[in-house]
Design a protein around this ligand. Sequence first.
Ligand code: B12
Length: 217
Amino acid sequence: MKQCLADVRSAVTEIRDENFMTLVQSCLEQGATPLEIIEEGLARGLDAVGAKFEEGEYFLADLIIAGDMVTRATDSLKEKMAPGLTGKKGKVVLATVQGDVHDIGKKVVGIMLAASGYEIVDLGVDVPASRIVDAVKRTGAGMVGLSVLLTTMVYGIKEVIAGLGEAGIRDKVKIAIGGACCSEHLASEMGADAFGESAIAAVRVFDGFSGAQGPPR
Ligand code: B12
């Protein structure tokens, strides 16, 4: 791994905010791609922060600062990524389920999907199932990506699927899930069509879906 990626990773792990954006910028100048910086630097750093939080070494305030550092870096790297084929591969509604405010992974997935040619309708975080179903109907999207990081909120996935069923459009929409607490097993248990473990996997999963027709508008 490039040394600068390891430096970005340890700056996040150790929550060193001073000169952080300069470090990210210099990593770009040394030839790392925005995606490498996000996946190998920022995201791995946050994994370590999460582990320290779980062990009781870090507190909620640390999660907030680390999350903010990574959000700033991700937003700035997004501008450096080449625009995709702007929506040629179809529309994807993205959301973090109700009760869960984790935003970063969903955003990264949105950046990668947009760069690879999807039109993204990002509904944000803590989104009730009814808003997701409404967005699918309004936009005619054939694909939905749900982000879930909290084990306690996984039933949000089932609610979205039930809502699409009640609206009579479940068979027109493909659904993928992802986030720290998700797995293949959870996807099949909840009735989702696929699980993706990373933003790169998300592109593979949605490429497998594309051609999903979406509901009539
Ligand atoms: C940063 C962070 C926060 C920040 C979030 C800031 C923000 N703007 O998003 C804040 C401080 C708000 C936060 C709050 C809390 N958090 Co928190 N948080 C994290 C942390 C450290 C990193 C998450 C992250 O952004 N990772 C980086 C991104 C890039 O990775 P990612 O989300 O996994 O996404 C990637 C893949 O999963 C995938 N993916 C993601 N979404 C999707 C969607 C689709 C469709 C696909 C295909 C793929 C995909 O692709 C992404 C890119 O590669 C995690 C630790 C961890 N290991 O996840 C804990 C963690 C998720 N949090 C946890 C907890 C407990 C909480 C709190 C309950 C703490 C508290 N006591 O209040 C609150 C909950 C608030 C709420 N209601 O949601 C626990 C969850 C435990 C569990 N299993 O339920 C974790 C695992 C920490 C831990 N080890 O204990 N948190």
